[in-house]
Design a protein. Structure first.
Length: 322
């Protein structure tokens, strides 16, 4: 009798647990969003906005776990190796992720080890300088950099081999200038040092950088989008002096490969709901970011296309992670 009773209880609990883990019931426990950069950067700001709204909608806490290192690859690897159940996600600049295969020997495969969930937002890079730099336009910056003959320090906001590194190298090479590269684990500390004058120049995501421009702490030289931004119509694009120059911060949400499609679709739908909320749209617009409607399949196709495209740029520009 006792054996049968225990078996019945075990079967009941197992059935409840199985029901709780079905995609339809997701989420039934706290979620974790790994941000592979320090707090305060673009990915961190977006993760906290989205995490808060997920908590409000689903009643489950969303932990933001900052894991900086190796140009974002350390945190990405943690998510690639996590249980494929949708409870451990990465929100990161996937522009960095598609560059990494050309520069590093990675412990994961960008295409095979992740389930793309949503391209959350795009924001252009801002080309900004310390207030100590006597330049206010792209032409003045190039002239000053040439006069300094390699003495300027460029802040690499997310480590060597990141999108900000690629932007700085390409800009310098196409303008025929040289500057030294100072790597940081994330944009927040890089901006702090730019404000303090420890470094001179940087490309960094608009979301994290523009508030400091508006506060007058750093000077804005140009924007890396294809056309001028409505919030700053007098600020030139880099492409106006360097045709075809386009870079920026592509913020994507990723799950481990093997995550059930129904869970991925539910996460995608929630991100779309959140980024369509009037207060979130206004916040993103204020920060200079544009929400993306890219589906998980479209996001996956984007990753596959960007990896060889970035590899070609790395090869053509002779860029290294050193």
């Amino acid at each position: 009798m006792k054996i049968h009773l225990l078996f019945a209880l075990w079967a009941g609990f197992a059935g409840l647990n199985a029901q709780a883990q079905t995609p339809a019931a997701f989420p039934v426990k706290p979620l974790k969003i790994v941000v592979p950069f320090p707090a305060g950067g673009t990915s961190d700001v977006l993760a906290r906005l989205i995490g808060q709204k997920m908590t409000e909608a689903w009643g489950q806490p969303v932990l933001i776990d900052n894991k900086p290192g190796s140009s974002g690859n350390l945190g990405a690897d943690l998510v690639a190796k996590a249980a494929p159940d949708g409870y451990t996600l990465a929100l990161m600049d996937v522009g960095n992720l598609v560059i990494s295969p050309a520069l590093f020997k990675l412990p994961f495969n960008v295409v095979n080890d992740f389930a793309p969930v949503a391209m959350v937002a795009y924001s252009p890079h801002l080309l900004a300088v310390s207030s100590k730099v006597p330049a206010n336009t792209p032409a003045e910056l190039v002239a000053y950099a040439k006069a300094q003959k390699g003495k300027l320090n460029y802040a690499v906001a997310a480590g060597m081999g990141s999108a900000s590194h690629l932007a700085g190298v390409t800009y310098a090479q196409r303008n025929g200038i040289e500057w030294g590269y100072v790597p940081y684990k994330g944009g927040a500390q890089a901006i702090t040092d730019l404000i303090g004058g420890q470094v001179d120049v940087m490309f960094n995501g608009m979301v994290a950088t523009y508030p400091h421009v508006k506060a007058g702490k750093i000077k804005l030289i140009a924007i890396s989008s294809a056309k001028r931004n409505g919030q700053m119509p007098d600020v030139p694009t880099v492409a106006e002096s360097l045709p075809g120059f386009l870079t920026g911060s592509f913020q994507g949400l990723l799950a481990p490969s093997g995550t059930p499609k129904a869970v991925v679709d539910k996460l995608y739908a929630e991100v779309q709901r959140i980024t369509a909320l009037p207060e979130i749209k206004e916040r993103l617009n204020t920060m200079g970011a544009e929400p993306s409607a890219m589906t998980p399949d479209q996001f996956g196709s984007w990753l596959k296309a960007e990896i060889p495209a970035m590899a070609k740029i790395v090869k053509d520009e002779k860029i290294t992670a050193d």
